[in-house]
Design a protein around this ligand. Structure first.
Ligand SMILES: [Zn+2]
Ligand SMILES: [Zn+2]
Length: 215
């Protein structure tokens, strides 16, 4: 059964990538990290005839959640987030919305995710890895047992997430990166910002992984 990870470029000033992960057979899927100005993501949902069943968040920063109240497709959908970042959805001061001059109306998450949890949607399997460091409840999503990784703001092409925001911690970040590098070989990587990459490419070229002796 085929799964598609559809990357949608957001027009946010931070080059966010919002994603749609769809099981081809059932058309069911999840919206991941709907960012500012989510119209391209809405178009992708329509073009692929997708039926999103939930909004899945890699973490709770405003640039990953701002699209929730803006997308008609997200209305009424359950919101899934790791327990460590759940307070960011209800406490505007924690998600950084004030930095963008965005007024955040609190949203109650529907399901609090934990490490190792597995979500099955038709032929699609999403396994949750708790990978904190950028934020306390940051997750990496393993799509179909290593077919692809969605890393949020843990790992980027040529970079890693910042750790100077509230709840961030560099030593924790390094541990999370080590775990991902040990657990996976060479899957495609879909980060929360910027271009897609592969774990092999990052092993070979990412200066942060080299600086922290992770490769
Ligand atoms: Zn973030
Ligand atoms: Zn971000």
């Amino acid at each position: 059964m085929k799964t598609r990870v559809i990357v949608s470029t957001s027009t946010s000033p931070m080059d966010n990538r919002s994603l749609l992960v769809v099981d081809d057979a059932s058309r069911r899927g999840v919206i991941v990290d709907p960012s500012f100005e989510p119209e391209p993501l809405s178009r992708a949902i329509a073009e692929h005839g997708a039926e999103p069943v939930a909004v899945l968040l890699t973490h709770g920063h405003i640039d990953h959640i701002a699209g929730i109240p803006l997308m008609p497709e997200a209305e009424g959908l359950p919101i899934w987030v790791h327990s460590g970042d759940a307070p960011m959805l209800t406490e505007p001061m924690l998600n950084g919305s004030f930095l963008f001059g965005v007024e955040w109306v609190p949203i109650e998450p529907t399901r609090l995710l934990g490490d190792g949890e597995v979500i099955e949607l038709g032929g699609l399997t999403l396994r949750i890895l708790h990978t904190p460091g950028h934020s306390p409840g940051g997750i990496t999503i393993d799509v179909n047992g290593g077919e692809a990784l969605i890393t949020g703001d843990l790992l980027f092409r040529g970079g890693v997430g910042r750790t100077d925001l509230p709840g961030g911690d560099q030593a924790t970040m390094v541990r999370s990166l080590r775990r991902v590098l040990e657990e996976f070989d060479d899957p495609p990587v879909h980060p929360g910002h910027g271009k897609a990459t592969t774990l092999a490419h990052e092993r070979a070229t990412n200066p942060f992984l080299q600086m922290w002796s992770l490769v």
